[in-house]
Design a protein around this ligand. Structure first.
Ligand SMILES: [Zn+2]
Ligand SMILES: [Zn+2]
Length: 349
């Protein structure tokens, strides 16, 4: 099989050959049909997250090299271990990469994405930047039916992450407009999901003019430059109602600080992005505004099944996809880091 190796932090991604694994026990081998490239792959490549105030968190203890990244994978089953019941040869699936230890209280509750000792595909073990991927158990396969496997691959991370975060708005999502930071892969996915859910939609804050245009094309109510001096007035005018839900898909000190400033009484801000930095927060305004600040990390395997079922039933997923070959993975990652990607890069072997 061919796979893309990351030999170490900040190293060139290399296309290498290695023996194709033979599934044993409950394992399933899939031919990869699409492997989305996520901003967290850029963080893995860089080896750290910026926590703000000069602090950072290192990935050094979590990553073993060489690593095959790729946690947004779709594929077709080509071989099954003798105990791999519940998957069909030739069927197409999205691969749920969020695999926990199976023993902690998070895993017992079905929240494997919150497990403290994860075995995530593409992070802690080899993932989808390859022409084949080995999945430990059929329960991590979600049937995508007739969905385009290249378009469906990003549902596993950008889809699930935005879906789980949007659900945290509660029933108001169906009848109120929201404010959203970021029109990268997550932002365009969120706009797609709002449309599929029949929700009134979002006013988007995005500094890049090309990405603002992409947000408008994806159905944003308005796309505003957050660096404008009158940004708060522009957002309120475009929203036409109080700001009661802010979704921060960027997660920088600037976006989270501005997001909280925009929030009205009894509002909620959900932070998803991992750009890095520290937010300025007026402590008295938190109780005085009865505000809620919440973080959201990926989403549960059950939510992924819910999301795929929703997209299969209603259709309408129309993310801009930038298809690249495995050999082009290194260039694609650097394009993503430099902000040159509109929509989602999907490696297609
Ligand atoms: Zn991701
Ligand atoms: Zn666990």
């Amino acid at each position: 099989m061919k796979c893309v190796h990351l030999p170490g932090f900040r190293s060139l991604l290399e296309l290498v050959d290695k023996p194709t694994p033979v599934p044993t026990g409950t394992e399933v081998l899939l031919k990869v049909l699409g492997a989305g490239m996520c901003h967290s792959d850029a963080h893995i490549w860089e080896g750290q997250y910026d926590l703000g105030g000069g602090r950072s968190i290192s990935m050094a203890e979590r990553i073993r090299f060489p690593l095959v990244m790729g946690h947004e994978t779709s594929g077709e089953v080509v071989a099954l271990g003798p105990q791999a019941n519940g998957a069909a040869l030739g069927a197409r699936y999205a691969v749920c990469s969020w695999i926990g230890c199976g023993a902690c209280h998070f895993c017992a509750a079905g929240d494997e994405h919150l497990c403290a000792t994860p075995r995530f595909l593409g992070v802690n073990r080899d993932g989808g930047y390859a022409d084949h991927v080995l999945v430990p158990h059929p329960r991590y396969l979600v049937d995508i039916g007739d969905l385009d496997p290249v378009a469906a691959a990003p549902l596993v991370c950008s889809g699930l992450t935005t879906y789980s975060a949007l659900k945290k708005a509660g029933p108001q999502l169906q009848h109120e407009r929201i404010v959203m930071f970021g029109a990268g892969g997550l932002g365009l996915m969120a706009l797609n999901l709002l449309r599929i859910l029949g929700a009134p939609g979002a006013v988007v804050l995005e500094p890049d003019a090309v990405k603002r245009d992409a947000a408008m094309a994806a159905g944003a109510i308005a796309a505003i430059d957050p660096r404008a001096a009158d940004v708060a007035e522009q957002v309120r005018a475009a929203l036409g109602q109080p700001v009661r839900f802010v979704l921060d898909l960027v997660g920088s000190g600037e976006s989270a600080t501005l997001g909280f400033e925009l929030l009205e009484r009894a509002g909620k801000m959900v932070v998803v992005g991992l750009f890095g930095g520290a937010m300025q927060l007026s402590v008295p305004l938190l109780p005085m505004r009865a505000a809620t600040l919440q973080g959201s990390y990926i989403g549960s395997p059950a939510e992924l099944r819910e999301l795929v079922a929703l997209v299969r039933e209603r259709g309408g997923l129309a993310m801009p996809i930038d298809r690249r070959s495995l050999a082009d993975a290194d260039t694609a990652l650097q394009d993503l880091r430099a902000g040159r990607v509109v929509g989602r890069v999907v490696l297609v072997p």
